[in-house]
Design a protein around this ligand. Structure first.
Ligand code: MN
Length: 281
């Protein structure tokens, strides 16, 4: 198909760039801190099987243990009680075509700097649409908060005596995106797709409740959203095919143009092409 040949050429020439939206996955990866009455997910751990030694003279490999919801990860509808009876609600049953979609990037960097509990509401989304056009059905809505730039778990989780303080969405905004815009799902830089204070919302964790109840997905702990344009990038997020899985760590990548308009000023990036990368067609 001509469009695929054009895409391969655009990738070769770096006219289309690959942006990695995935954080490092390691024992240091921050974990969602649930209130103390509920068990938490274990940290990621790598266990060495052999490393060119007596356990395997020519090969290096590991096994790993992790939670489904650790690091940059995908939330499937079955993750939430509101989505438990939906068809094709676990990572193995979601049609693969739903792992690719256009990205709409909402920038709340300034708002969440002055207010870490900032919530996107419907007027904020409508204002974004006035500047960027209507959010298309089947798109990922990504919340650029700058949160992935925070160093270390304490700064990233931002917990005090009242719990975590990180930005997110109010319930009406989640309902608007799920029902009025029929998005694929939402993605965030923070540890989960709900705001830090969302355990106190009605219903608790309202974004999870609304999105997954409508068969929508979530992406958490994304990075590099500041390298994406407001519209025009394509996100690929394909979780592991864990049978019955509620989510999975995922390598999220975006296809993006090298020249992007950000807040009115043209911003030109250097191509990020790996020197070894070659395509043939
Ligand atoms: Mn999750």
């Amino acid at each position: 198909m001509a469009v695929l040949i054009d895409l391969i050429r655009a990738l070769q020439s770096a006219e289309v760039e690959i942006v990695d939206l995935t954080a490092d996955l390691s024992p240091e990866t921050p974990l969602l801190p649930l209130p103390p009455q509920w068990p938490n997910t274990p940290p990621f751990q790598l266990h060495e099987i052999s490393r060119y030694d007596e356990r395997g003279p020519a090969w290096y490999w590991n096994w790993f243990s992790t939670g489904e919801h650790t690091g940059t990860h995908f939330d499937a509808p079955v993750h939430w009680v509101s989505g438990k009876d939906l068809p094709a609600n676990s990572v193995d049953r979601i049609p693969a075509r739903m792992f690719i979609g256009p990205a709409c990037v909402l920038d709340i960097t300034a708002e969440s700097k002055s207010n870490p509990d900032f919530l996107v509401d419907v007027p904020f989304i409508e204002n974004w649409e006035r500047q960027n056009g209507k959010i298309p059905a089947g798109s990922w809505v990504l919340l650029r908060s700058g949160w992935s730039k925070r160093k270390g778990s304490a700064e990233y989780l931002n917990v005090d005596e009242n719990g975590p303080h990180t930005p997110g969405w109010d319930k009406a905004a989640s309902l608007f995106l799920a029902e009025e815009r029929d998005v694929l799902g939402v993605g965030v830089e923070t540890i989960g797709t709900d705001a830090g204070q969302a355990a106190r919302f009605e219903p608790p964790f309202s974004n999870h409740f609304v999105m997954h109840g409508h068969g929508k997905f979530g992406l958490a702990s994304l990075i590099n959203l500041d390298l994406l344009p407001s519209t025009g990038a394509v996100v690929i997020a394909a979780p592991l095919k864990i049978v019955g899985g509620s989510g999975s760590p995922v390598r999220v990548i975006a296809l993006s143009g090298p020249r992007t308009e950000i807040r009115g000023k043209l911003w030109v990036r250097q191509p990020l092409v790996h020197p070894q990368r070659k395509f043939s067609c």
